[in-house]
Write a protein of this length. Structure first.
Length: 458
């Protein structure tokens, strides 16, 4: 039971730049002269805790060859010289960057969600963004959204949001020590955060349209349709989206943007409601992870036998991500959709299901950021996320830094987006049809196509 509880509380989530999709404090960084005299002491305590935690809790005592004592000598004077809290946290993040690993992050107090609510206060215009060939490309436009009504289409390139050129955002990441995959995620989230904002306010977008002509759109933001998850310990609430429907031919389709407990029962109910479908597509594109224990929890509704999705290796011992069979599992074909913004728990789930032969992975290679981590509140009020374990797939493959290679690779390009197509989803449907036609799946459902249902609990 203790080992099972450990898995349940492990967070495999790559936190990114704060977005207006969640409640945020709006306290600006304060200069040293304006803060209490105890600030220097709190900062020193904070620095000591961060440095010592890495030294003592990292799963690899050698830290991959990094001289952590020398790192302290290098960064402690910089931390002491910081004039603002913002500068101090930047120094801490740069110090953690010397590890060249994911899931080591400092989350400033002003970026921490503080309201205990399930209603998001942020607004948006109904778009998503991906960085493709160095450009911020509109990858999704919600049907019926204000972006769609304004004439914004997939494949348009965002050049500027209000007064902020996208190139300025790109320039901020030029000296980043993070991997190219993580940088692309952060860039996309920063641009999206600029587009999002308070409901009923207006955002101005400068874009390149399908003919590469520069156009401007002024679009009023509307309240986001998702929900806020509950806080669990120091793990902050997260903006959460969930969708379940039947595609043409009765194929089940499930999409959720983050692994939080709020959606676990909905996912399981959706899978069971797709009993008899020719196949199920689980779309975790853009999903940065969340609670690691959810991966085997979902896998347990997709097979009849007990198995492991991989192994978490700590400094002292290891732990399997065991998937226990659950009542009424779905046994037909399963396809998992991934892209370069799928990280952490998304990678654990996709890699494990791929390795045990239970699912076909379609799309693009995942982020390569799959380290189990926990959250710790620091004396200054910031949150420290740190990885305490490594992860390998059932076949022994290391996901961190490598990602999950899809069985069927389908690149997302601006050209196909301008055509209004989703080639990755199209390929997933073809994979389901292929497997169902070979007799590995159940018969198509008689409930009709494109039927959505609500799996929320009353």
């Amino acid at each position: 039971m203790k080992r099972l509880l450990l898995i349940l509380i492990v967070c495999c989530l790559l936190l990114v730049a704060p977005s207006t999709r969640a409640y945020q404090q709006q306290t600006p960084p304060q200069p040293v002269a304006a803060v209490a005299s105890g600030t220097a002491t709190l900062r020193q305590e904070t620095f000591d805790i961060v440095w010592r935690t890495v030294k003592e809790k990292h799963w690899d005592p050698t830290l991959g060859g990094v001289d952590w004592d020398n790192v302290r000598r290098q960064y402690e004077p910089k931390a002491n010289a910081a004039k603002t809290d913002r500068e101090f946290y930047i120094v801490l993040q740069e110090m953690l960057g010397e590890l060249h690993q994911s899931h080591f992050a400092i989350i400033p107090p002003e970026a921490i969600v503080t309201e205990d609510t399930h209603e998001p206060q942020g607004g948006g215009i109904g778009v998503d963004v991906r960085f493709i060939d160095g450009q911020a490309v509109i990858s999704k436009v919600e049907p019926g959204s204000r972006a769609a009504a304004a004439g914004i289409r997939t494949g348009f390139v965002v050049l500027q949001v209000n007064e902020t050129p996208v190139q300025r955002v790109i320039d901020r990441f030029k000296n980043s020590q993070e991997s190219a995959a993580i940088q692309k995620l952060r860039l996309a989230r920063v641009v999206l955060a600029l587009i999002d904002g308070k409901p009923d306010t207006t955002v101005k977008l400068t874009v390149l349209d399908g003919e590469d002509k520069q156009r401007e759109f002024a679009v009023q933001r509307e309240r986001l349709k998702g929900e806020m998850s509950a806080r669990l310990g120091n793990f902050p609430p997260q903006y959460t989206e969930f969708e379940a429907k039947r595609l043409d031919g009765g194929i089940g389709y499930i999409r959720f943007n983050i692994f939080v407990m709020l959606v676990l029962d909905r996912i399981k109910d959706a899978i069971r409601n797709f009993h008899g479908a020719p196949g199920i597509i689980i779309d975790i594109r853009g999903n940065p992870g969340g609670f690691g224990g959810m991966a085997p929890g979902i896998a347990g509704v997709l097979q009849k036998t007990q198995t492991s999705l991989g192994v978490m290796t700590m400094r002292a011992g290891y732990q399997n991500f065991v998937a226990f069979p659950q009542p009424n599992p779905y046994t037909g074909p399963v396809v998992i959709l991934t892209d370069g913004c799928s990280g952490s728990t998304s990678e654990i789930f996709a890699a494990g299901m791929q390795d045990i032969g239970r699912a076909v992975v379609v799309g693009e290679r995942t982020m390569g950021a799959a380290l189990p981590s926990v959250f710790f509140k620091l004396p200054t009020g910031a949150i420290f996320q740190y990885a305490f374990a490594d992860f390998k797939t059932p076949k022994g493959a290391l996901v961190e830094g490598n990602g999950v290679k899809p069985d069927v690779e389908v690149k997302l390009t601006r050209k196909v987006l301008l055509e209004g197509r989703d080639p990755q989803l199209e390929s997933a449907v073809e994979q389901i049809k292929k497997r169902a036609g070979s007799g590995t799946g159940s018969s198509p459902s008689t409930n009709g196509s494109n039927k959505e249902f609500d799996t929320r609990k009353e």
